[in-house]
Each structure stands twice: as C-alpha cells, then as structure tokens.
Design a protein around this ligand. Sequence first.
Ligand code: CO
Length: 165
Amino acid sequence: MAIRNIVVEGDETLRKKSREVTEFNEKLWQLLDDMAETMRASDGVGLAAVQVGILRRVVVIDVGDEHGLYELINPEIIASSGEQTGNEGCLSFPGEWGEVTRPMRVTVKAQDRNGSSYTVEGTELLARAFCHELDHLDGILFVDHAKEVYRDSDRPEHSRRHRRR
Ligand code: CO
C-alpha cells in the first residue's frame, strides 16, 4: 500500500467525469488499498479516485461506524429520501468547509472489488458521504452545493476539526 498525492482545488482534473470500471484486477485492488490508506492518513471519511488523479468510478468511505470500510465501484444512487443540512469539507479543499443540504437517507447500488453487485443504505453522515463521493465521479464538488464556503482561518475557534471527504 502507498499514500498517493491528493489533487486539490484549482486542478481541472477534479471537474472531469470518471469512467466506468470494467476490469476487476490487481491494479484496481492496489488503487482501492492505496485510496483507503490515503484517506486514513489524511483523517478523511471518504475519497474518490479522481482525487488521486485516477478518472475511474471508484470510491472508498469509512465514517467510523461498525461496518468500517466501504469500497464502491461504479456506484449509483437508486433511492433517496428526507433532508439534512450540515457542514461538509473535502480532502481536495484543505481548510475549507460549507453548509450543504443532502438527503437524510440514500440507497446505493455498487460493485465490490471482485465485480459483484450489492446495495447499501446509509443515513446521516454515511448518506452525506455517499452523495459527496458520488458527486466527485461526475466532476461535482461540495462548493457547488454550499451557499457559502468558509475557511478555517475565518473562524479558527470553531473549525479545528471538520470531517473531510
Ligand atoms: Co470531496
């Protein structure tokens, strides 16, 4: 495993649409392992492959629940309901955050690292992470949804630690 460089704000790569994964091979598994390691090293709860410069529809998420790591290949949101509004950050926007409204509950259909299909339901933070990471696959960023974007330096006493995706 290896920690990969995270692409940050201003790099046009983040605006590109990622391509479907068609081969479930060692190269994909290496990418998944590296993404999980990179996410954890950065204290994030989610990471999309585009954020390490790979334009493939691959996402890792770990919100610290009992399930632990989710690996989502070619994921799609197939149902959503409710609404939640809260602070959101992104590993590609270090030191920035904004208030974003997302569904309270989403159901995602995806493939695992071997290509088998599965569905998973998430609420609250997990639902938010699914929405945020799947957006990355289409070049959509949280700043597109946020009414305002803040910097840690604006309010240092409140913003020491935000969960980033
Ligand atoms: Co992000």
